[in-house]
Design a protein. Structure first.
Ligand SMILES: [Zn+2]
Length: 420
């Protein structure tokens, strides 16, 4: 099977025309323009889009475009929504999220799964995933009968589909995991080279809680009977762990809304990556996200939607548009790398290159692909990568199989592809 496109995105600023040869679900060769089985024409053909932060079990309609009350009230609302939905409702929500992701050209997600609902919804899905088991513990002990290492082993050992799924850990945030438990978990992740992801510096009050033990974060903890004094590290979460040499290098910093330049330097020096969720960020009416500073400090930045409940959608193309509006100074190629190459290079440097490949359309990569149209009305002097931000997903493939070619103006011959 040879697929031709006018613009193959391999990570460079100026995508060039060419053909991909797909064999046994993988990219076998990249060829110059010529005869093909399927000519996609004026599209960007890139590796499949990766949503680097999502809560699939929160794939629910949001009530308004921006948060109606405080962040703390919103968090309480999430707990309440999960309780009302029950096990069945949460699995159904996750199924909806999977369908919406696939129809928007997302071929892989990094999902935070508190109690196994996404995991169940994803069981027979084509969508590739890193499933992070969420840990919340306001107690100094994680569990009375199991060590953190045993809890991790139980979850990680469960994977039934290693070709599509990786298991990982998500200590929810510095304020919902007791510092003792957090240190234990970080130690385990480092020893086992286990991937982790944590919501860091999401709310403004996190810093005050961790440096002074006071503020809205302290009040939040008191409501749950916890002693905020235990959380007083005297420093930010990242700087504290960095100073102790305990910042495991296999992780993802989610949000980092209030991280300082120094913290971004520490994130980069520890080989960690940052996930920015621009649409969700807008929903919470937060001040401008420091992603441009992070990039300047050498941090690899990826994009995520966060839950549909706050983002309002699960489209990575929409997320790139939100990022473009928020930070016009970021080059279009960097926005594309955030959803194709960066998540994959993070996986690869942590020993998991086979799950999603390189994202640079290299021979041997799985044929997880997406074709995004370039609108006819785009300006002549606009680069194809910039113009395609306003385009739409024309088709998407996972392991060389067509997942979605339903766009009405799609010129993809799905029948021929399926015969391959
Ligand atoms: Zn989140």
């Amino acid at each position: 099977m040879r697929i031709a496109a006018d613009y193959l995105f391999t990570g460079e600023e100026n995508p060039s025309p060419g053909r991909l040869v797909i064999e046994n679900g993988s990219i076998a060769k990249i060829l110059p323009p010529g005869e093909s089985d399927l000519d996609l024409g004026a599209v960007i053909l890139s590796s499949g889009l990766v949503n680097s932060h999502v809560h699939l079990d929160l794939s629910l309609e949001r009530d308004s475009d921006t948060i109606p009350g405080s962040f703390e009230d919103w968090l309480k609302g999430v707990v309440e929504a999960r309780r009302k939905l029950g096990d069945r409702g949460l699995v159904e929500a996750a199924v909806t999220g999977i369908e919406e992701s696939l129809s928007n050209g997302t071929t892989a997600v990094f999902d935070i799964d508190p109690r196994g609902h996404s995991c169940e919804a994803l069981r027979d899905s084509d969508l590739k995933r890193v499933l992070f088991r969420e840990v919340i513990s306001l107690n100094a002990e994680l569990s009375e009968d199991k060590t953190p290492a045993e809890i991790i082993d139980d979850f990680v050992g469960e994977t039934s589909d290693p070709s599509r799924e990786l298991r990982a850990l998500s200590p929810h945030s510095p304020y919902t995991v007791h510092p003792h438990v957090m240190t234990e978990l970080m130690k385990c992740c480092e020893e086992k080279k286990l991937l982790w992801a944590t919501h860091v510096a999401e709310a403004e009050w996190e810093q005050e809680l961790l440096t002074e033990g006071t503020g809205a974060g302290a009040e939040f903890l008191k409501k749950f009977g916890a002693d905020p004094g235990d959380w007083n590290l005297g420093d930010s979460w990242i700087s504290d762990l960095d100073a102790k040499g305990a910042l495991s290098s296999t992780g993802l910093i989610i949000h980092g809304n209030h991280c300082s330049g120094d913290e971004f330097r520490q994130i980069a020096a520890n080989n960690l990556a940052l996930v920015w969720c621009p649409s969700s960020h807008n929903y919470f009416r937060r001040p401008a996200h420091p992603a441009p500073t992070a990039i300047e400090m050498g941090v690899e930045v990826m994009l995520g939607t966060d839950g549909r409940l706050s983002a309002g959608h699960l489209s990575m193309l929409e997320e790139m548009r939100s990022a473009r509006t928020a930070a016009p100074q970021i080059p279009a190629a960097e926005l594309w790398r955030m959803v194709t190459i960066h998540p994959r290079s993070w996986l690869a440097r942590n020993g998991h290159s086979s799950l999603l490949g390189s994202g640079r359309l290299q021979p041997g990569d799985p044929a997880d692909l997406v074709a995004v149209s370039i609108p006819d009305n785009s300006a002549a002097n606009e680069s194809p990568l910039e113009a395609a931000l306003q385009g739409s997903v024309q088709a998407c493939w996972i392991d060389g199989r067509v997942i979605n070619s339903s766009a009405p103006d799609s010129n993809v011959d799905s029948g021929r592809e399926e015969d391959r």
